[in-house]
Write a protein that binds this ligand. Structure first.
Ligand code: TYD
Length: 143
């Protein structure tokens, strides 16, 4: 499964998943254990429009995150400035690491899709790179 990741600054996190038959499933993430950093913030995204929603379209300078799809599915696109790849997010206990300098976009959401993100720090707009040309320059990926 780890050879799934082709870009730099990423990786896979697999959470323990306890299946309780008809009583559902329970997934656990521990700070500094399954999640490779101390979690300071958790946020979730729902109410997406399967036809038109498009999220992300940025990279971070210092923030580390792990993104999960805890219901439904969506497509995560990753770009380290040189290599791009798409990952179909559809397993509720498999997260993708979004380390600094990784441009990421989320699209093609199923109905009822819910994303959950664990982050290493509080929200700080100054940590965002929202301009793709600037990202390419900083990543050293352009010619
Ligand atoms: P953004 O991180 O761009 O969302 P996404 O990557 O999912 O497309 O954030 C969208 C808006 O929400 C932006 O105005 C900043 C705000 N926001 C906060 O105020 N606090 C937060 O913790 C996050 C993640 C976003």
């Amino acid at each position: 499964m780890t050879d799934l990741i082709k870009v730099k600054n990423s990786g896979i996190v697999t959470l323990p998943r306890i299946i309780d038959d008809r009583d559902g499933a329970l997934c656990i993430m521990n700070s500094l254990q399954e999640i490779p950093f101390e979690i300071k913030r958790v946020y979730y995204i729902n109410n997406l429009d399967p036809k038109s929603s498009l999220r992300g379209k940025h990279a971070h300078r210092k923030l580390r995150q792990v993104i999960f799809c805890i219901n439904g599915c969506f497509t995560l696109t990753l770009d380290d400035g040189k290599t791009q790849q798409e990952i179909l997010m559809r397993e509720d206990n498999v997260g993708i690491i979004l380390d600094p300098m990784l441009w990421h976009t989320m699209k093609d959401f199923s109905s009822g899709c819910v994303l959950l993100i664990a982050a290493s720090d509080y929200y700080n707009e100054a940590d965002y790179i929202r301009d793709y040309d600037e990202f390419i320059k900083l990543a050293g990926g352009g010619l």
